[in-house]
Every structure is written in C-alpha cells, then in structure tokens.
Design a protein around this ligand. Structure first.
Ligand code: ADE
Length: 501
C-alpha cells in the first residue's frame, strides 16, 4: 500500500523515517490509528505523529478514508490557523505516518468537561473561531462531516485546531450548485461493523435520513457544539443511538433554563431540519449571516484577539497532568519494542485497546451508567467478550471497562491490564505473561481519588492502591469504579442483590 505523494511532499528534500523522531506518549487513539507526541531529533520541534497499520487499514477497507484525509489536509495547507497542519507523510513496510501539528492543550471536549460549561465570552469566542474555520473549509469546497468537540483541539495559545478529516468530503462544483448531494459511496458518517464510529449526537438529520451531506451539515454540528459549550450538555441524548437519531430527525431538544438567550437564538437558527434554511447556508457570500448574528456584536472578524481565559480554578489539574514527562529523556529515536507491540496488538485485537474508548463513547452517547445493561445486551456482550484474551481472568463476569494501568508498589510501577466487571470486581493481570495478578476488593468502604488526569488512588480498608493511567483517563476510571460501587453498594448501604447477573 502506498499513499500518492502530491503537492507539498514533492518539495521535500528527503523523506523522514521513524528514526528522525523520538516518540513519546500516546495523545490520541482512533479505530485505525494511534497518535504519538514526537520530537524531531534535528530541530527538537514537537509534532503529533499519526500512525496507521497498513494491514489493518487494508483489512478493514479504510484505504479511501486515509487517502481522503491526506488529500484534504494537503488542500487545506497552512494558510488557515484553525486546522492541524500536515507537515509530511512517510511510510515503512508496515505503517503509514502523518506528521501533524501538535495541539498542546488537547480536546475541546476535555475543557468543556473540566469547566462544566463555558462562559458567554468563551462560547462566543470559540463559536467565532469555528465560523472562520468553516468559512475557510467552504472556500476550499470541503465539508468536514464529523465535527464534534473531540475533533476540535487547542494549540498552546488555546486557539482551535480542527482535526480528523477521514470523513470529509471534497465537494465538486456541480454538486455545490445542486446544494447537497447524495453520496452513496461514502454514506454519511463512518461506520464500522454497522455502528457509528463517530459520536451519534452531532449527525445532521439529512445525513441520517437521506445520506445527504453538504456544507449545511457542518452548520448543524456547529449548532450542537455551541449548545454544548454554553451548557455543558449535548442537545440530543438518549438511551441508544436509535433514540438519539429519533430525536434528531424530530428536532426534539430543549434548552436548560439558564441558557443565554442570544446564544439560544444562534443555536435555534442552526438546528433547523431543512439544511438550506440553516443560518448561513444560503448566503451569497458564505456565512455572512453567521457573522452578523447578534451573538457576535462587537467582534473584530479581522482579528479576534487572544482567547478569553477559560477560568483558573482547574489550572492545578492541568498543570499536574503536565508534570510527568511527555517525552522521557532516555528515549531513543524510532519506535521501540513496546510501541511496536502496542500498534501490533491494536491491529490484532482492536477490541482490547478500543474497549476503554468504546465504553466511554457508549456511555456518553447514551448518557447512562455503565452498570445499566439489559439482559439482552448482557448476553450479546458476554458472547462478544469471548474473543477478548483477557476474558479468561474475569470468571465469566461482564467487562465494563478495561485498560492498561501502571500499578505502583514499592519503587517500581508494573503495567497491568485492569478489568472492571459486574459482580462487582476489579481484576488485574500481567499483559506480557498473561497471568492473573490479583483483584482490588470491592466493598462499601472502597473509595477512589483522582489526583490528576493520570494518577489516581483506590482506598480500601486494608490498602491504598497507587495507580497511573499513562493515557490520562484517571478521572474516567474513578467515575467508572464509583458507578459500579454505587450500583452494588448504594450510598454505602447494605449490598444490593446482584440484579444484573
Ligand atoms: N490527538 C490527536 N491528534 C492530536 C494532535 N494533533 N495534537 C494533540 N493531540 C492529538
């Protein structure tokens, strides 16, 4: 498999190789890629390197998405500051590498969660950056089609950097005139084994009903994102994808009582079922009516200035996350054995490494507790779990969440696969020797404590467990463990009958 090398790559003097970079921590994980923070050995510049396993891409028939992403990033170039920039691509026998701008401050989603919701000033500032980004996309005839707070990153100055163009579409002129097309070759959002890879909540009604997408589909997503920034919640939620889709196509959503009236008006003008009627969709000069909305009164569109402060009260949490080294001093250039095995393991067993993100995605999609599992779903998931090599350690219990955690005992941390299951149990096993190592005993007295994004503790009556999630999902682990505890020991009362199993 080779990627066509056009445009900027032709100007490259010499193709890079993995040996030109020191690879640090994992900063992003998709179904088909892993993103590493990496430092150019020669220049010391930091990049986000997206690595894709060729066999995995070919087996899952995703070549087209990969090509598309590269082509779109090439078209976008470097003249708009609101998009990740593709510096170069290279490949070896097994993998493709995309060298991208590193967004130091992570996902917009993380910041919405941290701050619960954004102030009026922050919401309108980032809405304005998104409007400018959408104008640029429109000028390049590109529809993103998967805009959501996970795909909007923050650079070191807290400006947005939109990423993930695997679902994007390059509009042909004739289709633009027809105002929307039915693209049966790549229907709407990406699917994998008949389920959405992206988050269902941001999909526009026309993509759901007619597999039709246009620039107006990104305007719908803008409405959802602005709603979420202003309220901390998504406009369309439900117990399943089906229920969410029903709400989207019926435009069934409400605003919280304290939602700002001006932002509400903006959102209402974007969340319109008929794509052409969305604010900005039919402007002769694209998006002039978005710029003219009263929410943006006083904004200097030629220079938005620096972003308003999100708030200072969470700075300690962000700082403490950054205290551990992103790229350790003693690393050698290239991918070491551990990183190669991670990529290979992900290719062989996407379920294993994806399990965490899947559980989280499902939970947030459905806004439900991870312990809420119907009998039918339980049976299906137990069946699917059989192909998970770690299922041998869980005594037939349903795995709710799993992931690699560094467990500290004495001086040395040991990497363990942690398996949170119904029962309740929190097992851990050695992923290298595939041996069972132990279990954190659940009781009404168990308590979790997140120190920062990576480090968390589990307090039990007889022991305090020191744990570190190298990927920075400590808060999610605590939340999941708390949910399981609350299910079986509601508010620390008498143990509940095992209602699920
Ligand atoms: N996660 C995925 N892509 C990223 C990027 N370019 N920068 C930082 N984190 C990322």
């Amino acid at each position: 498999m080779t990627l066509p090398n056009k445009g900027q790559d032709q100007t490259e003097v010499k193709k890079k190789t993995p040996q030109d970079f020191i690879f640090g921590k994992v900063i992003g994980e998709g179904s088909f890629s892993t993103v590493y923070l990496a430092k150019d050995v020669q220049t010391n510049m930091e990049f986000a390197i997206k690595i894709l396993e060729k066999t995995h891409i070919i087996r899952e028939k995703k070549t087209e998405y990969v090509m598309r992403e590269k082509e779109v990033l090439r078209i976008l170039g470097s003249s708009c500051r609101y998009f990740v920039h593709l510096y170069s691509t290279f490949q070896d026998v097994e993998r493709l590498y995309f060298v991208l701008s590193y967004a130091k401050n992570g996902e917009l989603l993380k910041h919405i969660i941290l701050h619960k919701k954004f102030s009026f000033d922050c919401t309108r500032y980032y809405a304005a950056e998104l409007v400018l980004a959408l104008e640029y996309l429109n000028s390049k005839n590109i529809v993103h089609r998967d805009l959501k707070p996970e795909n909007i990153l923050f650079d070191n100055n807290f400006h947005i950097l939109i990423t993930d163009f695997g679902s994007a579409k390059i509009e042909k002129k004739s289709e633009i005139q027809a105002n929307g097309d039915t693209d049966h070759s790549v229907q709407g959002p990406r699917r994998r084994r008949n389920s959405f890879v992206g988050t269902a909540q941001f999909v526009s009604p026309e993509m759901l009903q007619e597999s039709k997408s246009s620039f107006a589909s990104d305007l719908w997503a803008l409405g959802c994102i602005v709603y979420q920034m202003a309220s901390g919640k998504m406009p369309f939620t439900g117990g399943s994808e089906y229920l969410i889709f029903q709400k989207i196509i019926k435009l069934e959503y409400q605003f919280p009582e304290d939602f700002d009236d001006t932002i509400k008006d903006f959102v209402e003008k974007l969340l319109v079922l008929e794509p052409n009627r969305r604010l900005g969709a039919s402007d002769s000069i694209p998006y002039t009516s978005l710029r003219a909305h009263k929410m943006f009164e006083g904004i200097n569109w030629n220079d938005l200035g620096p972003p308003p402060k999100l708030s200072s009260d969470t700075s300690t949490l962000i700082k403490s996350q950054d205290s551990s080294p992103d790229i350790s001093e003693n690393l050698e250039p290239g991918l070491d054995n551990q990183k190669v095995s991670r990529l290979v393991l992900k290719d062989m067993l996407p379920e294993v490494i994806d399990a965490k993100s899947k559980t989280e995605r499902k939970k947030s999609e459905a806004n439900r507790k991870i312990t809420e599992v119907s009998q039918e779903e339980l049976e299906k998931r137990l069946q699917a779990q059989r192909s998970n090599p770690f299922s041998v350690f869980v005594e037939g219990n349903l795995i709710l969440k799993q992931g690699l955690i560094d467990k500290k005992k004495g001086l040395f941390p040991r990497r363990r696969m942690f398996l949170l299951t119904l029962g309740p149990h929190l097992y851990y096993a050695d992923p290298v020797t595939m041996t069972f190592k132990g279990e954190v005993p659940f009781s009404a007295d168990l308590r979790t404590e997140a120190k920062n994004f990576k480090t968390f503790f589990i307090h039990t009556p007889n022991r305090k467990y020191y744990l570190e999630d190298p990927e920075g999902y400590a808060l999610e682990w605590c939340n999941a463990i708390d949910q399981v505890k609350e299910h079986y020991f509601p508010s620390g009362q008498v143990p509940k009958e095992n209602s699920i199993q």
